[in-house]
Design a protein around this ligand. Structure first.
Ligand code: ZN
Length: 360
């Protein structure tokens, strides 16, 4: 992903912490064959006032407890262990820990767990935890853009809510469904067209893979330097470059990100191919606004370099990181003496100049 979220956004994780304490006391009381306090005393005192009227939570906790009672101590322990492991988000994403999924656990507990944590996730909105979480992320973002693609805009906190993705899919890791550390605001396209319920921890063949940690990610650089001008798709406006999209550092996390979100495919189809011609026209108007009329190879290269720097300074906003990479690549190829490319760009920027004068 292109940048990470501040982990401080997950500080208001009290509901998940509360649920963890309640589950632990249910498991402990079953093991010790002691009587569990009734609702609302079962809620730790410091959270009780905020939750005592949430009787739907009481019902689901009762179902969980009733189903758990019918299982062996060993099965109960496995379930509690899965709860703990599924919430070690950073360790799971970096492949330092594995966890059991819900389907690995006894069938009798599947529905009670799903119902409890689905309900818990819904409560995050009602308890205003979700909106506070989003506001911290929105206010801290270098650009109000989805960091998973860098192309979708995030609306302001007062607008209808953006998608909140269960980074570890709820269908397999329901115990993490109300843990803010596992919940990430995500653009609607990334969320509902690409990521869907894909398993961020496992490849299609079932092997483990590393994934970016959205709350501990410093970002990556994109380069198009090895793209080939005039070697890509032929369009009515000319032949596009053959794009070579590279990321550095090129880690296993990048591979997962690309597989899950179809990053290269989307950049090539929806941005680079779609915008290349309009970005050349952008370069023309940029030159005009900067009072630059390139009439030699060197002047053209200087202008490309300045325009690339200008776009780089814009960061993620308005897909400028992709635009910057395009101008950087064009600059490199012009520098390497690609006369066909130089002629193409000059014919757009300075159509009156048919034969370039070489700089002295
Ligand atoms: Zn996105």
């Amino acid at each position: 992903m292109l940048f990470g979220y501040p982990v401080s956004a997950t500080a208001e994780n009290w509901f998940h912490e509360c649920l963890r304490e309640i589950l632990c006391s249910i498991h402990t009381s079953l093991k010790a064959a002691t009587t569990l306090p009734a609702w609302p005393e079962i809620i730790p005192a410091r959270y009780r006032k905020r939750l005592e009227k949430r009787r739907g939570l009481e019902d689901r906790l009762n179902n969980y407890k009733t189903s758990l009672e019918k299982l062996t101590t060993e099965e109960q322990n496995r379930i509690l262990q899965a709860f703990h492991d599924q919430n070690q988000i950073d360790l799971l994403l970096s492949c330092q820990l594995n966890c059991e999924t819900i389907t690995d656990l006894p069938k009798a507990i599947h529905e009670p767990v799903k119902n409890l944590f689905e309900f818990g996730f819904e409560l995050l909105t009602k308890l205003e935890i979700r909106d506070k979480h989003y506001k911290v992320i929105y206010d801290a973002a270098p650009s109000h853009t989805c960091p998973f693609c860098g192309c979708e805009y995030f609306d302001a906190p007062e607008a209808p809510r953006e998608a909140l993705d269960h980074y570890l899919a709820e269908s397999k890791y329901p115990f993490a469904a109300s843990n803010l550390r596992n919940l990430v605001p995500m653009g609607n396209k990334c969320n509902s067209r690409y990521k869907l319920a894909k398993d961020i921890l496992l490849r299609n063949d079932g092997t483990r893979r590393k994934s970016f940690d959205p709350y501990n990610c410093t970002g990556i650089r994109l380069s198009l330097e090895n793209s080939q001008p005039f070697a890509g798709t032929l369009t009515p406006t000319g032949q596009l470059p053959q794009w070579q999209i590279e990321f550095s550092p090129n880690t296993e996390e990048v591979i997962t990100w690309d597989e899950v979100f179809h990053i290269r495919e989307r950049y090539e189809r929806d941005v680079l191919n779609a915008e290349f011609t309009s970005w050349l026209r952008y370069f023309k108007s940029w030159c005009k606004s900067a009072n630059i009329v390139p009439s030699s190879d060197q002047e053209l290269m200087d202008a490309l370099n300045r325009c690339a720097t200008h776009c780089e300074e814009m960061g993620i906003s308005d897909r400028a990181f992709l635009k910057a990479a395009v101008f950087r690549m064009l600059h490199t190829h012009c520098q390497q003496g690609d006369q066909r490319l130089i002629s193409l760009i000059i014919s757009i920027v300075n159509p009156g100049q048919t034969n370039l004068r070489q700089a002295p």
